[in-house]
Design a protein around this ligand. Structure first.
Ligand code: AMP
Length: 197
């Protein structure tokens, strides 16, 4: 089993590299942002609540986010292959909860891939994505708040995971396949797992 967190600021390429990870290692993927956007698109009560945070660039409260993950985890864990966690955890309480949830499933987190990208590049990528996909929170004002939220609430996880010797820093600029090569190198060194293709 291989459980990984893909970590980084908004716009750092977590979604892009997650897609390559699940394909190359045969893993499941959970993007909490995608889960919430699907709820918004379906107009559910959870979606309406989530939208009130997402549209401002703020984080959904920890207890709600942890409950959502707890509900989704059994099906992701069932076949024992492993999961890429994308956009979760975003706070220290979420990271602590993840540890407990994985333990409940008899497993653990094997590593955290930290995509490191300069801020100007993050902003440019998100503005481009906003123009190409119409993603509502990829506008200049919300991006500014999301980056602020990242620095105050999420970035402390870097030190948290460094201390646990789980953090693998990866330069997240350049060609997508080159970045993935760096990630694969870290994974092999740390866990012995190699891409299956
Ligand atoms: P993402 O697609 O990961 O960039 O997430 C988009 C938005 O969804 C974030 O700006 C938050 O408002 C919300 N969100 C996603 N994941 C989480 C999380 N783990 N905790 C709190 N809010 C989240």
């Amino acid at each position: 089993m291989l459980n990984l967190v893909i970590f980084g600021a908004p716009g750092s390429g977590k979604g892009t590299q997650s897609a390559k990870l699940i394909d190359s290692y045969g893993l499941h993927h959970i993007s909490t942002g995608e889960v919430l956007r699907a709820e918004i698109a379906r107009g559910t009560d959870l979606g309406k609540l989530a939208d009130s945070y997402i549209s401002k660039g703020n984080l959904i409260p920890d207890d709600l986010m942890i409950r959502i993950l707890d509900d989704l985890l059994p099906s992701l864990m069932a076949d024992g292959r492993g999961v890429v966690f994308d956009g979760f955890p975003r706070t220290i309480p979420q990271a602590e909860a993840l540890e407990g949830l994985l333990l409940k499933h008899g497993t653990e987190l094997h590593g955290v891939i930290g995509l490191e990208v300069p801020e100007e590049e993050l902003v440019a990528r998100m503005l481009r994505r906003g123009a190409e996909t119409g993603r509502a929170d990829d506008n200049e004002e919300t991006i500014k708040n999301r980056l602020g939220v990242y620095h105050t609430q999420t970035q402390p996880l870097q030190a948290y995971y460094m201390e646990k010797n789980k953090y693998m820093p990866v330069e997240g600029t350049g060609v997508v396949d080159e970045i993935f090569g760096r990630i694969a190198g870290h994974i092999e060194k740390r866990t012995g797992h190699r891409p299956r293709k």
